[in-house]
Design a protein around this ligand. Structure first.
Ligand SMILES: Cc1cc2nc3c(=O)[nH]c(=O)nc-3n(C[C@H](O)[C@H](O)[C@H](O)COP(=O)(O)OP(=O)(O)OC[C@H]3O[C@@H](n4cnc5c(N)ncnc54)[C@H](O)[C@@H]3O)c2cc1C
Length: 435
């Protein structure tokens, strides 16, 4: 059986590797971190999971497909481990998701098909939002609330654990603390140079097929095989803060205020810098820890290795705290600055494409020839987690050539994420400029 090497074991690499072993492929996944995942885009225990979108929206499709695939994974794990019950509630927390739009986006909101999906989505103007949702929103905004099963948050740490367990149970190999330091192709075979980070010894793996899922490190991994990727994907940093209302002040909130706070999270403002907030830790009777940040406050990264030790910039922290306070004020919860405790803050990494659309595609080699034995899953920026198993499915189809009966949405998704000529050459990057 041909061996497939998956480079990177975050949400994307683990999803691809699981889908490959689930189809009986022989897989080796190489991950530079240990089993404990601590630096990469998939860090932490909460991401917004949501499926609000216009008709035939590929991202909603990816989210829904991921739920189906998670169900399949859990069924498998439960068959293998009948004594241990794996449940979907360990991964998804269903709760309303609130979106704030500028009123100029009315046309976009209209496309969300409220009439057809009345039971799942509701919207409110500034005059009705407090009555409907317990939130007083600015005059120039519209609030939309989504209520669907498994919309709310998903837990990347739990999902990673289960994916990796599925990979190993199906006979896949995971090499932790191994770093890919070279990727070339010789005589139709990929040669992957791997550094054992514990022993500092190098060895070479030979494989017919490779999938690159290295997140922010994608350009680095592809620097020899497809150097043009530095024009396609770039690593970005984004600051995350974790806040709580101090326990004393939280204790003074009424039950109605607490309920309004819970109902308003996750919150995703589509305005300007795209502020987001969600509950990260919840313990009975104490103030919840809320994770917050701004999706459009991305900054270039000069040194990927140093990013996790670098202190976030003060102005970023100030901006997030200000938005957090504003959000509380919309709920008519008024707290002073000292009532907000910053539990921790750190820089996190994104991989972003020029078009801001994720890519799941074959790769052109450095001579401009499309190589169908290699695929890349990348540029997931702030939207990848909720669709990870759908991207994994797509990548495994690309490499194994399976999917006999694709439905219309699958085809649309393949085109959106998987066609190199669509994704790589948009924004007028012509092949001549790539190579
Ligand atoms: C701040 C933030 C908020 C987000 N919010 C949401 C959200 O609300 N909803 C949502 O759906 N998505 C969200 N996302 C996006 C989602 O988390 C990412 O799209 C997803 O985690 C990307 O996974 P990945 O596997 O591509 O990258 P990563 O998790 O970074 O995985 C890449 C892996 O490759 C490994 N690696 C790299 N180079 C090498 C090498 N040379 N050798 C071996 N291993 C290597 C790395 O160690 C890493 O583990 C958010 C992301 C961030 C950063």
């Amino acid at each position: 059986m041909e061996k497939i090497v998956v480079i990177g074991g975050g949400l994307m690499g683990s999803s691809v590797a699981w889908k490959l072993v689930d189809r009986d492929a022989k897989v080796v996944m190489i991950e530079q971190q240990g089993q404990n995942y601590f630096k990469g885009s998939s860090i932490g225990n909460t991401r917004i999971a949501r499926s609000l979108g216009p008709k035939k929206d590929v991202f909603s499709y990816a989210h829904n497909k991921t739920i189906q695939e998670v169900t399949r994974l859990l069924e498998y794990l439960n068959e293998e481990e009948p004594k241990q019950q794996h449940t979907i509630d360990e991964i998804y927390s269903t709760s309303p998701v609130s979106y704030l739009y500028h009123k100029n986006e009315y046309a976009k909101i209209e496309k969300l098909r409220f009439k057809k999906q009345k039971k799942d989505f509701n919207r409110a103007s500034p005059s009705s939002s407090f009555r409907k949702f317990g939130m007083s929103i600015p005059d120039d905004t519209i609030l939309v609330r989504e209520k669907r099963q498994y919309s709310g948050t998903l837990n990347p740490t739990e999902l990673l654990k289960k994916l990796r367990s599925g990979i190993e149970k199906k006979g896949g190999e995971i090499k932790y603390e191994h770093q890919v330091v070279g990727l070339v192709k010789k005589d139709d075979i990929f040669e992957v140079s791997v550094l054992n980070m514990k022993t500092q010894k190098n060895h070479k793996l030979k494989a017919k097929k490779v999938v690159v899922c290295s997140g922010a490190y994608t350009v680095n991994v592809l620097k020899e095989f497809a150097p043009y990727f530095n024009k396609i994907i770039s690593p970005k940093k984004v600051v995350l803060s974790f806040f709580k209302i101090t326990d004393d002040r939280y204790g003074q909130l009424s039950e109605v205020e607490k309920e309004a706070l819970f109902n308003s999270l996750p919150f995703f403002s589509q305005i300007k810098q795209e502020y987001f907030a969600m509950i990260s830790e919840l313990k009975e009777g104490v103030s919840p820890i809320i994770k917050a940040g701004g999706h459009q406050r991305r900054r270039n990264i000069h040194d990927l290795e140093k990013i996790w030790d670098e202190k976030p910039q003060k102005k970023e922290l100030k901006w997030i705290k200000k938005q957090f306070k504003k959000h509380l004020e919309m709920l008519e919860i008024y707290v002073s600055k000292k009532d907000i405790e910053e539990v921790k803050s750190y820089n996190c990494v994104y991989s972003e494409t020029r078009t801001k659309t994720p890519i799941v595609t074959h790769i052109f080699n450095k001579y401009g020839v499309l190589d169908t034995n290699i695929a890349v899953v990348g540029g997931m920026s702030g939207i990848g987690a909720k669709g990870c198993l759908c991207y994994g499915l797509l990548a495994s189809d690309l490499l194994l050539g399976k999917n006999d009966k694709p439905d219309k949405m699958y085809k649309k998704m393949t085109k959106a994420f998987g066609n190199p000529s669509v994704n790589l050459y948009t924004k007028r990057i012509k092949p001549g400029r790539l190579f």
